[in-house]
Design a protein around this ligand. Structure first.
Ligand SMILES: Nc1nc2c(ncn2[C@@H]2O[C@H](COP(=O)(O)OP(=O)(O)OP(=O)(O)O)[C@@H](O)[C@H]2O)c(=O)[nH]1
Ligand SMILES: [Mg+2]
Length: 325
């Protein structure tokens, strides 16, 4: 399994260790050939993103969802994205404990990954891991991210269905809604429904939803008590309903196309950014910024005047190319 060909053979034979290794290769930036070989096998899994503020019960919900889905005989892959911040380590340990009962189930594959790609969101390796779990044959791939920034918005670019979990009695949840997360939710989950303020939060979410003009899918609102597994069946029904809607309306194709564009953009811009940094480091001190930018771009075959609007005029409009993908 140490050479790429052996790894692919083991992966195709369904060995969980090969899946783990393949993800590690992607994390260390050596996954391109693997993704290239396995990409044709992707597109079958139901991918579900789960985001929300720290402590709302995402991992508890994940555990309950895994149990629910496993009871139907489906296989599951879980990616728990670690925001790479000092306060996350305890949470990660907590995740491990909460998900412990599933660790011995060979049909549940759990992996935690660091976040933060070049551009501040989820790393490209997260999308690679989703592809790998999908290609491996997992029926459901669940991606958990803590809502502390760009990554919770980006989850909607990786997953077909995005769940936003909120908890009653915490200003946090309302802040999260204001920070643009409202728009990405396909399903709102009010967890900790045993809390006295749970109905209040539901009302708040409904009134915020009324301010948005949804054309198409109107987010479902589900309440759960994850520790007891209550409401998890309804949550799963909402996920399935959203998936059915995506398929029936053709929105799934558009969504996956947009996810693909996002991924390509990330790869292209991330690579370009790295190269540009290298070129900047080589510049002398006697240049004006416009001339310097032209020199940097010329290194990569992009010629013509640069403008502060971000477009490279004349030959090679990088942005238009990338946007048009
Ligand atoms: N009362 C109540 N507590 C819950 C419920 N669900 C989860 N909890 C508790 O909330 C705490 C946080 O749960 P986690 O599942 O770790 O939350 P999380 O969102 O994954 O947290 P981070 O990964 O740190 O962001 C734990 O102590 C859970 O036992 C619930 O439905 N009701
Ligand atoms: Mg967690």
């Amino acid at each position: 399994m140490d050479d790429p060909a052996g790894l692919l053979t083991a992966f195709r034979a369904g060995e969980p260790r090969a899946l783990a290794r393949a993800i590690s290769r992607c994390e260390s930036g050596r996954g391109a050939d693997l993704i290239r070989a396995l990409y044709p096998l992707t597109g079958r899994a139901l991918t579900v993103g789960l985001t929300g503020p720290p402590g709302v019960g995402k991992s508890t919900l994940s555990g309950a969802l895994i149990a629910h889905v496993r009871a139907q005989g489906k296989t599951v892959g879980v990616i728990s994205v670690d925001p790479s911040s000092p306060f996350s380590h305890g949470a990660l340990l907590g995740d491990r404990i909460r998900l412990l009962e599933h660790f011995t189930d060979p049909d549940v594959f759990i992996r935690s990954m660091a976040s933060r790609g070049h551009l501040g969101g989820l790393s490209g390796a997260t999308a690679d891991a989703v592809s790998l779990m999908d290609a491996f044959g997992k029926d459901v791939v669940l991606i958990e991210t803590v809502g502390v920034g760009q990554s919770e918005i980006e989850i909607a670019e990786v997953a077909d269905t995005t769940l936003v979990a909120l908890q009653p009695g915490s200003g946090d949840s309302v802040q999260v809604l204001k920070a643009g997360v409202l728009e990405i939710a396909d399903v709102f989950v009010v967890n900790k429904s045993d809390h006295p303020m749970a109905l209040q939060l539901q009302r708040e979410i409904r009134s915020m939803m009324e301010m948005l003009n949804y054309d198409g899918w109107v987010p479902a609102l589900v309440s759960t008590q994850a520790v007891e597994g209550k409401g998890v069946d309804k949550l799963w029904d909402a996920i399935v309903a959203h998936d059915a809607w995506l398929r029936e309306t053709g929105a799934l194709h558009a969504k996956r196309r947009s996810a693909f564009a996002h991924r390509v953009r990330q790869l292209a811009l991330g690579t370009l950014e790295g190269r540009i940094e290298d070129a900047i480091a080589q510049l002398g001190d006697d240049l004006d910024p416009y001339a310097a930018a032209e020199i940097v771009l010329a290194e990569y075959g992009v010629r013509g005047g640069v403008s502060a609007l971000g477009n490279v005029r004349a030959h090679g409009d990088v942005r238009a190319h990338v946007k048009g993908l």
